[in-house]
Design a protein around this ligand. Sequence first.
Ligand code: ZN
Length: 424
Amino acid sequence: MKTVLTNCTVIACTGELAKKDMTIVIDGNRIAEVSHSVHQQVIRKEGEVRVIDLDGSYVLPGLWNVHAHPFDLFPDFANRLMSESPIECAIRAGRNLIDALKVGVTAVRVAGERDFIDVAWKQAFQDGIFIGPRMFVCGQVIVCTGGHGWEWDNAVEIDGPYEMRKAVREQLKHGVDQIKIAVSDGTSDLLADEIESATQVAHQKGKSVCAHATGLGLKTAIKAGVDCIEHGCLMDDEAVQLMKDNNVFYDPTLVIIQDAEYLKELGLIGSSGCINPEACEEFATQHSACKEDFTRMYRTLKGRILIAQERRIPSDLASMHLESFRKALDAGVRITCGADVSPIGDYALLEIEHMVRAGMNEMQALIAATRTSAELCGVSDQLGTVEAGKLADLIVVRKNPLEAIGSLRKLKLVLRDGKLIEIE
Ligand SMILES: [Zn+2]
């Protein structure tokens, strides 16, 4: 089965400018051809050819969210996470992943999950039991005893290099793609020899290590050989230089730290710290194409405000994080798109918007959410750009995201592995 997407503008995310009046030929699950031409009529040769006139819409690579926790529920008012069985949790997590695909997130890296739910869903999608995003999974997060996140079901506590080796091998045994460690929240909780053990064992098997790290622990983690820093809220010039010199990826997860400030800027959080209903309604009206869109937008805004309240991120931490991001951007560190909070899809779109607010231009933010995120997962030869030979994970949006990044929400089509996904 061949699919021809014609009469479109291609934003390939290769670093090239957008190209108008293009045609993309998809053969099976791969892009066969990207050319400057417009098909005028349906061509039928041998087999079936489906021609879709996109009427000037924009074709991009599918989007990525490389820091997701499908099980997570935040805010968790009913305290569900404490009592939920792994099976109930797994069902909820699957819904979260499937919904992400419907908003254009065709690939997800799970940066820590309980009970290997991520491994199971990856397998289910690969086997075609359900249709979901492409997945890259880390299994459980490894922390030191009492370290960041120890109280969650998804963490394994270790002490010393030998326990670290054991824990990493345990994850690898379950079929993970990467290893996630939680180094620190400002000080160095995991010690250098423990981190080195993780990178040695993982690298020996060709797997990379990502580290939740800020402040001092971040430098320890880079020196011990980690491949990606998550959050990195407090980075000085030396830390940024270390990242650059060691070719370490930076996954800033801006939305979790920046959202409260942004919502305040938009006037959506009132002076009392609570939701400003009139402002939210006005915002939703302006940003919605239809009534369903309005309901969804209003609900999302309320959710974001509740999350912002529950997290209580201080303004000075938010500004330090923003400064860290800008330093990394100026230095040319490879920045990826991870959003940390669920729903995985909605928050990926928000993360892209936050990257633009934080100083990237639209093209840089799109490349972060496609090509660079695919590089982080070691598959940029197959995914992350619109080029002949690559797998056909694509999105089509009605308006130009290079003019207004929010246009990513005006989704027309999603293709995963060359197949059209039902998005309504
Ligand atoms: Zn996380």
